[in-house]
Design a protein around this ligand. Sequence first.
Ligand SMILES: Nc1ncnc2c1ncn2[C@@H]1O[C@H](COP(=O)(O)OP(=O)(O)OP(=O)(O)O)[C@@H](O)[C@H]1O
Ligand SMILES: [Mg+2]
Length: 233
Amino acid sequence: MTNESSQDKILVVKDLHKTYRDGEVRSEVLKGIDFSVAHGEFVAIQGSSGAGKSTLLNLLGALDKPDSGKIVIDGLELTSEVRPDQIDIFRRDKIGFIFQNHYLMQEFTVIENTMLPLRVQGVDKKIARERAAQILTRIGLAHRLEHYPSQISGGESQRVAVARAVVKNPPLILADEPTGNLDSDNRARFIEVLNTLQAEDRLTVIVVTHENELAMAASRRLLMKDGKIDIPV
Ligand SMILES: Nc1ncnc2c1ncn2[C@@H]1O[C@H](COP(=O)(O)OP(=O)(O)OP(=O)(O)O)[C@@H](O)[C@H]1O
Ligand SMILES: [Mg+2]
């Protein structure tokens, strides 16, 4: 790590570039992204459709690779030299993802879905169950532990997705339009849950959103425009 990537920064991004190539067609999406996020911050990234928000988030979560530039997360630089198995471990231990669709496993109950990230880390089943129950209780889903995803509402499912993302206490939570499919009541509920967990557990959260209501909950808002991070909004 370089000097500037100081210890209190969970994330440092420098001069990130990404161009999609499809045959003859090139679309230059990220044209030099620079920003950093401190431990415990709640950052919202806004920008119009096609601005490259999901592209950026996918790079931060190591779901895709940049053409050039630097990403350092919790002291690990994501370079092309990092082996695929290290990337898997990085994702498993360092990142909690929340997407627009909850992607809960339909054949597992709410509590089993929430336990899953811990089980993948090798945490004992009983301990994983206890931790999952704890977090689900905190977000008002104690009465839904043994339900299957098909038996709960969309709003509840999205809150389970939050529980699943935070249960392993990852250094960084990445959320891409997490309230995109929710009505206004469920959106408010989601924001409240995310806010509470973020504040109480000092989670570091980066959320990409079109929605002002969610962005306003963040402690800092950044605007993506013309392939760059623009002035704070
Ligand atoms: N896999 C891909 N191959 C080619 N082009 C892509 C690919 N993924 C995204 N793009 C293009 O890159 C640009 C940015 O897409 P991206 O999904 O990052 O935007 P976004 O800001 O998340 O938009 P939205 O708000 O609609 O979700 C778009 O023009 C899109 O068409
Ligand atoms: Mg997107």
